[in-house]
Design a protein around this ligand. Structure first.
Ligand SMILES: [Zn+2]
Length: 154
């Protein structure tokens, strides 16, 4: 008897690991802590994501990319990705792997004294001369004299 492989939450979360924030392509939405809930209803998958930064324009893109990825999982015929604001996303939801990925991308992760992603120095200061985006602040490293971005803590 042929038995189809069971669709599991792990399979869904695994698939979502290949979906990333278009502004930070090294970081999956799983490591970013966006995936709040996965519901499997037969051949339909529903995923609730938490929006990270209100006003960041990437959310529509992320939802569309996630739905397209979910539809490529064997056994999935319908996929619906929604955003929920409860609980609120916070930078604490970024996984340790996600924080490392941010660092390697040249963005200092939130929390603690920002270390320069280039040289590791803590001799850093916020540089207000750059217009900060809603998502990130620009810092300046006094040790290696590179500017770098840091994700704002929420
Ligand atoms: Zn530095």
């Amino acid at each position: 008897m042929l038995k189809s492989e069971a669709l599991t939450e792990d399979a869904v979360r695994g698939a979502l690991r290949s979906v990333s924030d278009p502004e930070i392509p090294v970081l999956s939405i799983v490591d970013l802590g966006l995936v709040e809930e996965v519901r499997i209803l037969g051949e339909r998958v529903e995923v609730d994501l938490l929006p990270t930064f209100t006003g960041c324009p990437a959310l529509g893109f992320i939802a569309q990319a996630a739905e397209e990825r979910l539809l490529r999982i064997p056994g999935v015929r319908e996929a619906k990705v929604s955003f929920t604001f409860d609980p609120a996303w916070s930078t604490d939801r970024i996984s340790p792997a996600g924080k490392l990925a941010l660092q390697s991308f040249g963005i200092a992760p939130p929390g603690g004294v920002p270390a320069c992603p280039y040289c590791g120095s803590h001799k850093t200061r916020i540089d207000a001369s750059f217009g900060p985006t809603r998502c990130r602040s620009v810092y300046y490293c006094d040790a290696c004299q590179n500017p770098f971005e840091r994700m704002k803590a929420l």
